[in-house]
Design a protein around this ligand. Structure first.
Ligand code: GLN
Length: 488
């Protein structure tokens, strides 16, 4: 039987090429782990019945694909990314029975690369949450400790990879939803630059913040997936043109030193919101980065602390508009009322869970006449200034840095039920991740050891727009010096 514990995309590809096992063998090994573990973990909402058939079909042509690293490699997909003909629900009752009528661009690209889709994974409803406790289909448990959350909102995708039932997974990240669950489950998680990966076929939460990205076991794997799914897409008007990407990269190109400088926003790490073990481990990670030749410098980012408040204005405003399309007529659930207005109320009242309703109400208030200027426009201005703060920090000619380091999360995975009654505590889980979405810059979470209870700890790196390559370079070197988390 194939051991999936330390199996990466790169290794599996080599084994397939060397005929150590076949694509159907690999898919069966994943399905076996799903069968054994999913009842306790609840990572998958649905396992697709056609994976083995596709594996057999792909196996016939394996010899033509020795350079296609994703060929025949099975993955799991978050339940807010469309796969033609498959159900998709964003873990919400309101999309009950709905089937995708087209492939998301990322899915189309992966299909062209020979990927095998194992199933769709659990998540916080419409990606709103940090623990996958807001799903309409039960909580996802952390494979490292079943009494803990897997993080959120891409908790199912993280748990699927951490329980060795898929070689990688796709998630979406609006304020931290790839990186935080990756961190809680000992994985690598990448939130690409805004506009790097097409959002076409992603069920929108906050359109100006959302990005699709990979959760994987290694930085190298994340890079392979990112290369396959990124690129300009005419179907997404916010997808960056290739020359725009190039221009952004050029800003950084004239660096005079070879040594990367990594900035640490110290004052941002000094509050009592951060767990001591996490902080000690982070300081250790900085020493490791120094030991492999990076220069660590302190940076000041006084506006970054406003990222979370700005997020909790802009995101609900966008949520309230994006989710208005779920009206009981166009998609999924329909609950008949005495007239049209009543039908809307009945459908939306029954279909949406508590957190989603909370955010729609908040967002609608923020956008209402009289409050729009006071909240929405103010937050937008501040967002612009936060983005400028990042541009300044990354401006090399004026003494800027190549990347910024913080922990990904203020503490390791928390217990199921611990924060669900206190939304503000839950929102603070994203304190270190959300600024990358506000500024549109790429960010990577990398495993950085375990705590005394064997729960994963993490390191978070942020780079300038469209400089994912910097994250991969530092990340791969860091991985080597860091004793990686024990896989479960
Ligand atoms: N946890 C954050 C929230 O609840 C981020 C969610 C996300 O990135 N999708 O909004």
């Amino acid at each position: 039987m194939i051991q999936l514990k330390d199996m990466t995309i790169k290794k599996a590809h080599q084994h397939l090429m060397d005929s150590d096992f076949t694509i159907p063998d690999l898919v069966e090994a994943c399905l076996k782990n799903i069968q054994e573990k999913n009842k306790d973990v609840n990572a998958y909402l649905e396992v697709f019945g056609d994976a083995i058939d596709r594996a057999k079909e792909l196996q016939l042509k394996i010899k033509d694909h020795d350079n296609d690293l994703l060929y025949g490699i099975p993955l799991a997909v978050k339940d807010n990314i469309l796969i033609e003909g498959k159900k998709v629900s964003a873990a919400s009752k309101i999309l009950e029975g709905y089937k995708a009528t087209y492939d998301a661009t990322v899915v189309k690209k992966l299909k062209e690369n020979g990927a095998i889709f194992l199933g769709r994974t659990n998540m916080d409803e419409f990606a709103m949450g940090s623990s996958t406790e807001n799903s309409s289909f039960g909580v996802t448990h952390n494979p490292y400790d079943l009494s803990c959350v897997a993080g959120g909102s891409s908790g199912g995708s993280a748990a699927a990879v951490a329980m060795n039932s898929a070689l990688y997974a796709l998630g979406s990240d609006t304020g931290g939803s790839i990186r935080q669950p990756a961190a809680f489950c000992g994985l690598v998680g990448l939130k690409p630059s805004y506009g790097a990966v097409s959002r076409y076929g992603l069920i929108a939460m906050g359109s100006s913040l959302d990005q699709i990205g990979p959760l994987s076991k290694t930085v190298e794997d994340a890079e392979i997936i990112f290369k396959a799914i990124s690129g300009h897409d005419p179907m997404d008007s916010t997808s960056a043109l290739e020359d725009v990407r190039y221009q952004y990269r050029q800003r950084q190109a004239d660096r005079d030193a070879d040594i990367f400088r990594i900035g640490v926003p110290r004052e941002f790490l000094s509050g009592d919101g951060i767990n001591k073990e996490t902080l000690d481990n982070f300081n250790n990670s900085l020493k490791k980065l120094e030991s492999i030749g990076y220069k660590i410098v302190d940076v000041e980012m006084p506006l970054t602390k406003y990222s979370l408040p700005v997020y909790y204005i802009l995101m609900p405003a966008e949520v309230s508009t994006n989710l208005s399309r779920f009206d009981g007529v166009r998609y999924g659930l329909h609950v008949s009322g005495k007239d049209l207005l009543d039908t809307y109320k009945m459908t939306r009242g029954n279909g949406f869970g508590q957190e989603v309703r909370r955010r729609i109400i908040l967002g609608t208030y923020i956008l209402s006449h009289g409050y729009y200027d006071a909240y929405y426009n103010k937050a937008k201005k501040l967002r612009f200034q936060i983005e400028n703060e990042f541009l300044k920090i990354f401006d090399l000619p004026t003494g800027g840095v190549d990347a910024i380091a913080t922990p990904t999360t203020p503490a390791p995975a928390f217990k199921i039920g611990e924060k669900i009654k206190d939304p503000v505590q839950m929102y603070l889980s994203d304190i270190f991740t959300v600024s990358a979405n506000i500024a549109g810059v790429p960010a990577l979470s990398i495993p950085a050891g375990v705590n005394k209870d064997n729960l994963p700890l993490d390191l978070h790196l942020t780079a300038p727009h469209f400089r994912e390559d910097i994250l991969f370079e530092i990340g791969k070197k860091f991985e080597k010096v860091n004793q990686s988390c024990q896989q479960v």
